[in-house]
Each structure stands twice: as C-alpha cells, then as structure tokens.
Ligand binder design. Structure first.
Ligand SMILES: C[S@@+](CC[C@H](N)C(=O)[O-])C[C@H]1O[C@@H](n2cnc3c(N)ncnc32)[C@H](O)[C@@H]1O
Length: 505
C-alpha cells in the first residue's frame, strides 16, 4: 500500500478500503467526549478562527443504528464480549451522549483490530473523561482476539491544561491517558532515558582505570559491578513526564494552530517503540497529521484518515512545507473531489456531520488554503469564507466567498453583492457547482471593479467561479498578495528526540 491520506469518515474507510491484517501500528487520538467545539486558529488575522471539529455527542439515528449493528452482530464483526458489554452499558448508563460516544468508538476500534496484523500494536490516546470506558471496550475487542493490554501510559502535560483558572473544588487535570495493546510477537524497541543526576551519583566507586561504577546484586545474590559509561540509561516507564508539553513546543516551532495537535516527540516515541522502518502506521483520526508526518520522517509507510477538509488541507500544507512540494506526488489523496462526479457526491452527502464539507473544500481549494471558513454566526449568514490581501504596505482588505451547490440565479448574485458590501469586502467570489446563467454574469459585472493600487491591477468586484473551473482548469485565487493563514511547518530535520538513547536492549 502507498502512503495514503483519506478524507472521510474513518468507519467507512476502514470497512471499505483497508484490508484485514495490513497495519503494524495504529495510534488514534479521537475526540475525547469533551463536549467542546475545537477551533482552528489562523495566523495574521487577529482572533479569526473556524470550527475544526465538534466533540459533542447525541443519541441520534447514527447512535441507534451503530448500537443495532453491534447487538445484532452486523456481518459477524463483533465478539460476544463486545455485544454483551455494550448491552450492559446501555442498561447502566442508558441511552444518551455518553453511550453514543462509546458506540461510535466501539464500531471503530473493532475495525482497527481487524486491520491490524496479529503482531500489531494499538495506542489509544484519551483522557480520564472516558478512558475507563474505552479500556473496557478495547479489552473486549483486543483481548478476546489474541491481543494483550500492555500499559496505561500517563502523559503528564500539566502546563497544557488551559482551564486551571476555572477549576474549582477539584484538582487541575494534568495528564492524558494512552492505552497500549499489542499482539504476540509484536515489535517492541525498548527506549531509554538519560540517567538522572541523583542516579549518576550512585555510581560512587572508581576502579583502577578511573571508571565510575556501582555495585548491584543479581536475584541469586551474586554481586556485580555496573559501570556508568556502559549504562544505556533508565528504561522508559509508563509515566511520561519528561516530554515537553505542547504549550512549550508550540511557542517555538511546531504549532500549526490546530486544536488538540500533539507534539511530535510524543509520536516519535510511540512509532520508534512499536514499529521499524518500512512498517505501516495508521492514524484514523489524524487531525493536522502529526502521526503521519513523524511516520514519514522515520521512514514508515502510513495511512491517515480525517473527516474534515480543514484537517486535510492543513496536512497537505504541512507535508509540502516539511518535505518539499514534490512530496504530494508520492502521496495518494483519497476522497478529495477530482472530477465533477466526486464534487457532486461531496455536495450531496446526506450526512449532517459533513454538511459544510463541500463549502470548506471549495473555498480552501480555490484559495490554496489561504481563506478562513466562516461559521455563519450572526448577521454574516451569506458569507462562507474570508481571505485577506495586502492593499498597501500597512493595510489589508477583505475578499469574501459564498458557495452554492444547488440551482442558482440572478437574485443569488444580487444578494451576494449586498452581503459583500455589508461585510465591507472589496471583492466577493461566488463559487458555484451549477453553471451560472448569463443574467448572473451580467449582475456580477454590474458591481464594477476594484483597483488594486499596489498590484497596479483591476479586479472584478464580484467574480463567479465554477467548481468545473476549479477541478478541470485548476483555476485558483489570482491574488498573490493574500496573507498566508496557515502556519508553516518547519522543514524536515534529521534530528530525532534527544532523550532516546538506544532502541535495542
Ligand atoms: C483530537 S483530533 C486529532 C489530533 C491529532 N492527533 C494531531 O496531532 O493533530 C481528532 C480528529 O479526529 C477527526 N475525526 C473525528 N471523527 C472522525 C471520523 N469519524 N473519521 C475520521 N476523522 C474523525 C477530527 O476531524 C479531528 O481532526
């Protein structure tokens, strides 16, 4: 399999596209059931942000059909332990948002177990909100099929808890939980950390050659010398408090503005421990692509999946910035509209969760990721996206976008002109799936021109762009002075995390 980035719901993709026992290592960092909405933070433009993904759950038709799939053992996918567990949880926690979350995770963890090789490893990143339920589910899925629970890793990231000031009558949460499972014969490269100063002090004896050592006793009581210069360090435990928290990494170079982005050192550690070069690494909730970017750097094969185009666009940009533009030629991008048929399919997706995905894809693709998705709150309902361009050395002006996937007519353009004016935007771009009519083009022309003094160019104030032009002619926003809004990833460096000394015992 080639390195592939899938845009879509991981349940569909895992079921339809990924074969049994083909993956060596899977790390997932799914929504935690935090009941929050996470926003993508954009650069250069003050407080602008757009919804990246929503982590609230409802007992809705998806939850009901997922629950029924499990208890009726749809296509023989579920073990009796999983079925009994979910039925039991329904009796205890009742139908509601928590059960909806657990059902969603059970469906997906079941597929992850199927695609993992028998010798594969699974890391599930979560937090104490649901880690206890996820452990029950993962035990039921993995341990009944030859896998073993290996560790509950505590990743101490106290300084990243942004809620400290709001916490009352309880302790500040200072850690995430990573549940680790693996099958018999799985890869496990022991990692070592440098010895602490206090441990080094215990090497308090010096031999005739001036080398420091300490005495230790074997189980049978035999006395042995252990030399400081031969020590590999201390074996990594399940309590990870030595990694820089994301907040400190964030300020220097890695932060891409993606909410819940994990630091690369965390993924380096997991990938180095549980895979070797050439192995296949899967991240089915890949966010801004930390896992797959580290996998690429460490010469693993990878599969990434995310359900929002915002993630996919950040990942494409991250890869190009880190590994060079040509990297796109060696990655398969799957699920991103490539022709009119797939664009229509995305526009017509019935799934409520994907309702805005067509708009996001159209705006981010046409603007080369330089626009911000508008969440349509308040009065600016007709505006789906915004971009900024330099109008002088010190000032910027706005471009607004509207996307239409249905029938369009002259009145849509008239309304868009009004929206563009009330947003104080200089340029409005109307992206349409259907071909515009002649009266629409005339209405757009009637809005006049914008004179870009810095560029010495004149632009139509209202521009109509068709999805066909975006796909077939690769038409893109012709405004070179737009500010870049996605933060660049640092170019690849060969440097791997320092504290890992050795991978072999
Ligand atoms: C917590 S974030 C992952 C962050 C990631 N570890 C990183 O470092 O950037 C979870 C991601 O899962 C994605 N997601 C949620 N439900 C999904 C689904 N059903 N299929 C695929 N991706 C999904 C969200 O869009 C979001 O990007």
């Amino acid at each position: 399999m080639e390195n592939t980035l899938f845009y879509g719901d991981n349940l569909d993709i895992l079921r339809k596209r990924i074969k049994d026992e083909t993956v060596d290592l899977c790390y997932i960092d799914p929504p935690f059931n935090s009941k929050r909405t996470y926003n993508q933070i954009y650069l250069n433009i003050g407080e602008d942000k757009a919804q990246a993904f929503v982590d609230t759950w409802k007992w809705d038709s998806y939850a009901v059909s997922g629950y029924q799939e499990i208890i009726t053992n749809y296509e023989g996918r579920f073990t009796s332990q999983v079925i009994e567990l979910i039925k039991g949880l329904r009796n205890v926690i009742k139908e509601g948002s928590l059960l909806a979350y657990i059902v969603s995770m059970t469906l997906r963890i079941t597929e992850i177990q199927r695609v993992l090789k028998k010798t594969g490893s699974f890391y599930l990143h979560c937090d104490p909100t649901c880690s206890h339920y996820l452990k029950l589910v993962s035990d039921a899925v993995f341990c009944t099929k030859g896998g073993d629970f290996q560790n509950e890793i505590v990743w101490s990231n106290e300084s990243s808890s942004g809620y400290k000031t709001q916490v009352k009558n309880k302790l500040v949460r200072g850690h995430d939980v990573i549940l680790f499972y693996s099958g018999k014969g799985s890869v496990f490269n022991t990692l070592y950390l440098p010895l602490s100063e206090s441990t080094k002090k215990r090497y308090d004896k010096t031999d005739e050659n001036g080398k420091k050592y300490k005495i230790y006793f074997e189980d049978d009581g035999t006395e042995r010398k252990q030399y400081l210069d031969k020590s590999k360090g201390r074996k990594l435990s399940d309590c990870w408090n030595d990694l820089p928290s994301f907040q400190t990494v964030n300020v220097n170079r890695e932060w891409l503005g993606y909410p819940t982005q994990k630091p690369m050192v965390l993924l380096e550690r997991i990938i180095q421990m549980s895979s070797n070069e050439g192995d296949v690494v899967l991240d089915a909730y890949c966010g801004c692509g930390t896992t797959i970017a580290v996998a690429q750097r460490l010469k693993r094969m990878w599969i990434g999946i995310d359900i929002t185009y915002q993630s996919i666009s950040v990942i494409i940009r991250r890869f190009e910035d880190t590994f060079g533009k040509q990297i796109s030629d060696s990655i398969i991008l799957d699920g991103i509209p490539k022709d009119m048929e797939s664009a229509r399919a995305l526009a017509n997706k019935k799934d409520d969760r994907l309702r805005k995905e067509f708009e996001k894809w159209a705006i981010l693709t046409y603007s080369d990721n330089r626009a911000i998705i508008n969440e349509k709150k308040g009065a600016d309902k007709g505006i789906d996206g915004i971009a900024y361009f330099l109008s002088s050395q010190t000032d910027t002006e706005k471009i607004v976008f509207q996307v239409k996937s249905g029938k369009v007519g002259r009145t849509d353009i008239a309304a868009f002109i009004t929206d563009t004016n009330s947003e104080n935007a200089q340029i409005g771009i109307f992206l349409t799936l259907e071909e515009p009519t002649q009266p629409m083009r005339q209405a757009a022309m009637s809005a006049g021109n914008y004179e870009h003094k810095l560029m010495g160019r004149s632009y139509n104030r209202i521009q109509i762009v068709t999805i066909k032009e975006i796909i077939e002619e690769k038409k893109r926003l012709d405004m070179p002075l737009s500010l870049e809004v996605l933060k660049s990833a640092k170019p690849k460096s060969g440097q791997i995390q320092e504290q890992i000394l050795d991978q072999t015992e």
